[in-house]
Design a protein around this ligand. Structure first.
Ligand code: E9O
Length: 594
């Protein structure tokens, strides 16, 4: 099946369990044997969705197992002619789900939804107990991996407690809503895939619909005045709609068309339906240019995080609405979902507001010097994450590119020599990920984000060369003019070697708000501005540079370490509570022209 976001309509029901749940840490991992899936012995209240870390002192650095539990009545109307599914939006990292003591689902990997049918496990004469055990160990074979013998990723440079292979804080818990949803039992729409093309001034939409149980009946798709019949065979049907003089989706005009899919009975009456907002647009790489609707496009924006005090990585709609407002304020048109998929609501907002998203799986901190066995396990995890991400986000016009990894290493970090065996292992790994992504979705470019001083060969596999560069911070500290020259040579070298569009997906400096220095010194607001200015100038002179993403949109929480004052990465142009540093005003003047 697909991973359609549940919705409520004449045929479908939805129940959001968000609110106060019960919570208990299980450091000795005794809960499963002791029947905690039915009742927790010593629970305390917790908010769902939310990370557990900022709520209780003893949960702050907890990377082990913890239990969530709630009770709820399922509406009696769902009893007849319905199939009921339970959908977990994001449980970081591993999760097991029980309904009334029956195990219904197990899932690995945070940030992506999973669901299980629970129809047979439900009670109708009493409240149902839902229990979810979540565990966030940093293990070698996971994605992101735990620290290995090779020392992990960039976290190897910045150190930190708890130990991770990345610098953002290892927040854990039920990060997105847990939903119950009901669909018609006879058959229902399991998946819809809409891809779009542009032919002259027309927009062409190819729609593929999957319906449960090998459905062989009929249906229809409607888009405004346009309508097409669906004739299902073995559970799938296709239709093509052509919109004359269409409005093409993009940052200037993020126009969405409503696509209605309906299954129909013998009399043409609807038996199930699903609605999707789609944008008609194309993304392609031609030579060294990135094209949106056939025109070169330059991405202006940031790497981000889902990160906010108290909520951690828990869904925070207020944060999202504010962040999109600040993106607009700064004149940005784009961001990358560093370093994991963001909430579905965030993707929906990007569609509506015309923001171009590089959509990344949680593959950060990979080191191909780690044992082969770990790499093999990571490949399976990454492939699963790719399938889930593409299934979830394939219909979002805002997703313009998939990214399969951030800053993989093929040797020691900080300028160490690549290790040939590790480079080879990475080649095989990324070839697989590239091919699989293209197989899942042939309509979007695929990229890999490389680290400064990292393995260049891997970029050759991908459509766009994305690089993170910190000349003037991690190297050439305090020497901005020298750093700018190194950057320019580096960009030209990448262009000569690959002849593809280049995006600088990270560049930035840690900056403490209120620290000033003339002439600019590291950690001061002036230094951040002058550093960014040089990078943007270098890009502006190079038409093959298809995007500049500042690291980071806002300061964000990290583990504890000598390079992270106050437990934060301070490279934000906004503070963690979204106050602008000087750099935010500078970007606004560059990007929004104000
Ligand atoms: C990943 C991001 O999550 N990139 C890091 C960011 C940072 O601020 C982190 O927050 O540390 C930068 C990695 C830079 C490595 C530079 C190595 C230079 C070697 C020659």
């Amino acid at each position: 099946g697909g991973l359609l976001r549940p919705q409520r309509n004449a045929h479908r029901e939805l129940l959001d369990t968000s609110g106060l749940w019960r919570f208990q840490l299980d450091p000795r991992e005794e809960g499963e044997a002791a029947g905690w899936s039915r009742a927790l012995p010593a629970p305390r209240p917790i908010a769902v969705p939310c990370s557990w870390n900022d709520l209780f002192d003893d949960a702050k650095d907890h990377l082990g197992l913890a239990w969530y539990q709630t009770e709820l009545w399922v509406p009696a109307a769902w009893r007849e002619g319905r199939r009921v599914f339970l959908r977990v939006g994001s449980a970081n990292y591993a999760a097991k789900v029980w309904v009334n003591g029956t195990l219904v689902a197990e899932h690995f990997g945070g940030h992506l939804p999973f669901e299980a049918e629970v129809t047979g496990a439900l009670a109708w004469d009493r409240p149902n107990t839902i229990a979810i055990a979540v565990e966030n160990k940093q293990l070698l074979g996971r994605v992101p991996p735990g620290p290995g013998p090779a020392g992990g990723g960039v976290a190897g440079i910045v150190g930190g407690y708890p130990a991770t292979t990345y610098d953002f804080f290892p927040y854990a818990g039920l990060h997105r809503p847990v939903l119950l949803h009901a669909v018609p039992a006879a058959t229902h729409i399991e998946d819809v895939t809409a891809t779009t093309r542009i032919e002259g001034r027309d927009g062409v939409v190819d729609v593929t619909v999957a319906a449960a149980g090998g459905y062989a009946g009929r249906g229809r798709v409607r888009l405004g005045e346009l309508e097409a019949d669906l004739a299902f065979r073995a559970g799938t049907a296709q239709a093509t709609l052509r919109i004359p003089s269409a409005r093409f989706w993009g940052p200037r005009d993020p126009h969405l068309y409503r696509l209605d899919v309906t299954l129909t009975d013998g009399q043409g009456r609807g038996t199930d339906s699903y609605a999707l907002d789609i944008g008609i647009r194309t993304v392609e790489v031609r030579g060294d240019r990135l094209l949106l609707n056939g025109e070169p496009v330059a991405l202006r924006g940031f790497g981000k995080h889902e990160d906010f005090p108290l909520h951690g990585r828990g869904l925070d709609l207020a944060m999202w609405v504010r962040d999109y407002e600040l993106l607009r304020w700064a004149g940005a048109n784009s961001y990358r979902t560093t370093h994991y998929p963001y909430a579905e609501e965030a993707m929906e907002l990007a569609d509506r507001l015309g923001v171009l998203v590089i959509n990344e799986i949680p593959a950060v901190g990979l080191n191909f010097e780690d044992p082969e066995e770990a790499t093999a396990q990571r490949l399976d995890q990454a492939l699963l994450q790719l399938r889930e991400l593409v299934a979830r986000d394939k219909n979002h016009p805002s997703t313009i590119m998939w990214c399969v990894a951030n800053e993989p290493l093929g040797g020691p970090p900080l300028g160490g020599q690549p290790v040939p065996r590790a480079v080879e292992a990475g080649m095989r790994f990324f070839r697989r990920l590239y091919d699989e992504t293209r197989r899942l979705d042939a309509t979007r470019p695929v990229t890999l984000v490389g680290v400064q001083g990292g393995v260049l060969d891997w970029h050759g596999i991908f459509d766009v060369v994305c690089v993170n560069r910190y000349f003037g911070w991690y190297t050439q500290p305090g020497r901005l003019d020298e750093a700018a020259r190194v950057l320019e040579d580096d960009l030209d070298g990448l262009h000569r070697r690959f002849g593809k569009p280049v995006i600088v997906t990270e560049f930035g400096t840690d900056t403490l708000p209120g620290v000033h220095a003339a002439p600019p010194e590291m950690w001061s607001e002036e230094y951040q501005v002058e550093y960014l200015r040089r990078y943007l100038d270098a890009a502006a002179r190079r038409p093959f540079v298809a995007g500049m993403h500042v690291w980071n949109f806002a300061d964000f929480k990290t583990g504890q370490g000598t390079a992270r004052a106050g437990g934060m990465n301070h490279k934000g142009v906004f503070t963690r509570d979204r106050r602008p540093k000087m750099a935010a005003h500078f970007l606004r003047s560059r990007w929004a022209g104000t």
